[in-house]
Design a protein around this ligand. Structure first.
Ligand SMILES: Cc1cc2nc3c(=O)[nH]c(=O)nc-3n(C[C@H](O)[C@H](O)[C@H](O)COP(=O)(O)OP(=O)(O)OC[C@H]3O[C@@H](n4cnc5c(N)ncnc54)[C@H](O)[C@@H]3O)c2cc1C
Length: 276
């Protein structure tokens, strides 16, 4: 990227509604040369410009392997996300990125890998889940615990069904409030932690979700004996430039956009202590 403020143009290839307020968009760069240098790693994000509406950061939610396009999964909230939701296949957006750091992979080889996702928090975890599964021989086990408020809030439903039937992956779902037709677990995602039977001293956990969910899940993980460096999450803050210039996302002594968005619990604790 020669000018970090200049977006590359991508065209929406596919629009896939996930829930009543969340949609996945598959984006492909108009210039194939851009894809060659794009090469993202799980955990990274992009700044998406919707022309006439503004720019906003979104994590990349698809596999970092074997594709020539990528997905973002977007909840409809304000100006940019509403404008994006109004766009269809064939529409163009601007893309800056990939930005930020990424989830560790080689560094956690040999461990049991646990993913705990809440709601839209499964989106940043998805590329890492797919990569860990692709390289599953390097890990002792793979467990995905995913929860949402209601069955209607579960994203990637078709994929979740596949994951529940995959050999080499354990995938458990829960919802806070069940409903007609829901025969699965009911309870917050943290309640599924009782299903974890492996030695947590040899495990790493990736946690993403709403701040309140992260707070309670991390508390439980620490109580279970997970090390502070083995609890890894992504942080979201109001963000503008995405490249450490505008100071919008400073948290403690870190830029979320440059030093993050991926942090260990040890790093997050240190950052919180520095907050005014
Ligand atoms: C690194 C990173 C990755 C992200 N990944 C995703 C993703 O994969 N999918 C997704 O849907 N969203 C993601 N977000 C959040 C997304 O960027 C915001 O929802 C978006 O900027 C809202 O833009 P808007 O113009 O539609 O809403 P605005 O009109 O700007 O805001 C609407 C409301 O949302 C609040 N808000 C906006 N941004 C944030 C934020 N970052 N944190 C908390 N509250 C916020 C505002 O205060 C306001 O109340 C991510 C944010 C960051 C920083």
């Amino acid at each position: 990227m020669s000018n970090p403020y200049l977006p590359d143009i991508a065209t929406i290839q596919r629009v896939k509604p996930e829930t009543y307020d969340t949609t996945s968009f598959t984006l492909k760069f108009d210039d194939p040369g851009v894809w060659e240098r794009f090469r993202f790693r799980p955990g990274q994000f992009v700044e998406i410009s919707v022309f006439g509406a503004g720019e906003a950061p979104f994590c990349i939610s698809s596999s970092a392997h074997g594709r020539e396009d990528f997905d973002i999964t977007v909840r409809r909230l304000g100006r940019v996300t509403q404008a994006l939701h109004a766009m269809g296949e064939g529409a163009q957006v601007g893309v800056r990125g990939p930005l930020g750091n990424s989830f560790p992979l080689d560094e956690v080889a040999g461990k049991h890998v646990l993913f705990v996702g809440g709601g839209l928090g499964l989106a940043p975890l998805r590329p890492q889940i797919l990569e860990v599964y692709r390289q599953r021989d390097k890990f002792q086990s793979i467990t995905v615990l995913y929860g949402a408020r209601t069955p209607d809030d579960l994203i990637y439903r078709d994929e979740l069904e596949q994951w529940q039937n995959l050999e080499g992956m354990r995938c458990l779902l829960t919802v806070d409030v069940g409903g007609d037709g829901w025969t699965g677990n009911v309870g917050v995602v943290g309640s599924l932690l009782s299903e974890v039977k492996f030695d947590v001293g040899q495990a790493v956990v990736f946690v993403c979700g709403p701040p309140i969910m992260i707070r309670f899940v991390v508390r439980d993980l620490v109580a279970m004996g997970f090390g502070e460096d083995d609890i890894i999450s992504t942080l979201e803050r109001h963000m503008r430039c995405g490249i450490g210039k505008c100071n919008h996302c400073i948290h403690g002594d870190k830029y979320i956009c440059l030093d993050g968005p991926v942090f260990t619990y040890r790093q997050m604790k240190a950052m919180m202590e520095l907050e005014p």
